[in-house]
Design a protein around this ligand. Structure first.
Ligand code: 0PR
Length: 402
């Protein structure tokens, strides 16, 4: 039976709390429970911005499963690790002095950025300002749809250009001095579009309006791709006027889920997010969660240190090379690439993208549809081999021919 939260198991015995424990068989039961899942390595996953974590990150995570960032007395090292992780990520984003908050992912990091803007707006207007106006690209991630339902904000959406990036001049017309926050995206999950952050920042900085960049997807790609010579605009703290950035180690950073990060240019902004706890332990909380996985912080710390810049540059170079291979294969097979991709999401124009994705799924491949644009969407990641990309395109051609 399908329920709102997924399909309930047809095997009543595994879906009930047994009277007598099943320690002897439960591992097999779990394997059975997960029998329909794909593995990143099996050559069927072409829809995911996440991938299998790096071995070192997996190992560190597994060794620190009990580490709780919500208690800095039991785990004093975690505070240090979190600060050092923020410093490394800040350095990657052009500002080693950035202050960071580890989060469960991009949704929470974006939520915190908007929460800070709402609180700033409230304190500036003495509580009489009404909902905080935030200006977003029409391409903003759906996490913002959740956020505008949770916080007292009035969202206003700016239109996109033909490459699915926000139009800076049209966005600027929507921004006034009392706008609480402007959002730009460095790597949309639907199309990998990178907004022209410097052009957006010119307008926001002139008015003193904070600018949050959602680089959940692009944060680990763009800095290294730029170093490799790909033409991409700066998007982070090296752009004057950018006040906060989301980036997710659990996407192209090779770190296990859940691992996100919000970075703030100005440490004083962290005050806007501070909640005092009611007891000693972790005295101040800046994120949404109380009990938080320290393992994710240690795993991200370890991944960054183990790979270093050159390790990530190699990984990112490999992903871009796969992307270019895929583009060539698609074009050779007669498919129309809809938008010349800036990052690692390839969009294909097709008369019936949903039908093609269903047909691929019947052949074992998971692709997706960027519904807002009516485009078939393929995500390139380091878990894919050349052979697997060829098999995907062959399956697409075969599915399309029928
Ligand atoms: N902002 C952007 C630009 C994103 O791409 C994402 C996630 C988020 C925010 C939200 O981050 P969290 O999901 O960590 O809260 N983008 C992916 C997407 O929506 C998430 C994803 C990843 C979905 C892997 C499916 C999947 O297999 O496509």
């Amino acid at each position: 039976m399908e329920t709102l939260l997924g399909s309930s198991t047809s095997r009543a015995e595994t879906g009930s709390l047994p009277e007598r424990g099943r320690g002897d068989t439960v591992l097999d039961e779990v394997r059975d429970l997960c029998r329909d899942d794909h593995a990143y390595t099996d050559g069927t996953v072409f829809n995911s911005i996440c991938s299998a974590p790096l071995e070192i990150a997996r190992r560190v995570y597994a060794e620190h499963l009990d580490a709780n960032l919500g208690d800095n007395r039991i785990y004093p090292s975690l505070r240090r690790a979190e600060a050092q992780l923020s410093a490394m990520l800040g350095e990657l984003l052009g500002h080693p002095g950035a202050v960071g908050v580890t989060t469960s992912g991009g949704t929470e990091a974006n939520l915190l950025a908007v929460l800070a803007a709402v609180r700033r707006h409230r304190s500036r207007s003495g509580g009489r300002g009404g909902p905080a106006r935030i200006v977003l690209p029409e391409s903003a991630h759906f996490s913002f749809d959740k956020i505008v339902g949770l916080l007292p904000v009035e969202p206003v959406y700016a239109p996109l250009d033909e490459r699915l990036r926000v139009r800076p001049a049209e966005l600027a017309r929507l921004v006034t001095a009392d706008t609480a926050l402007v959002v730009a995206t460095a790597g949309t999950s639907e199309a990998g579009a990178v907004d022209d952050v410097p052009a957006v920042a010119e307008h926001t900085a002139a008015l003193g309006v904070p600018l949050h960049v959602d680089a959940a997807t692009g944060g680990f790609l763009i800095p290294f791709a730029r170093e490799l010579g790909h033409e991409l605009p700066p998007f982070a703290f090296d752009v004057p006027g950018v006040t906060s950035v989301t980036l997710d180690p659990h996407k192209y950073g090779g770190v296990p889920i859940p691992s996100g990060h919000l970075l703030l240019r100005d440490g004083a902004d962290a005050e806007l997010l501070r909640t005092a706890s009611h007891y000693r332990g972790t005295v101040d909380h800046h994120g949404l969660l109380g009990t938080r996985p320290g393992a994710a912080v240690l795993a991200a710390w370890a991944a960054l240190r183990a790979l270093g810049r050159d390790g990530y540059r190699d990984l990112v170079g490999g992903v871009f090379a796969r992307r270019d291979l895929l583009l060539g294969l698609l074009r050779a097979a007669g498919f129309e690439v809809a938008v010349q991709p800036q990052l690692t999401v390839v969009t294909v124009r097709h008369s019936e993208p949903e039908r093609l994705v269903d047909a691929l799924e019947r052949r074992g491949f998971i692709a997706s549809v960027a519904r807002r644009y009516g485009l078939l969407r393929l995500v390139v990641h380091w878990h894919q081999t050349e052979e697997q990309l060829r098999a995907l395109v062959a399956a697409m051609a075969d599915a399309d021919a029928r």
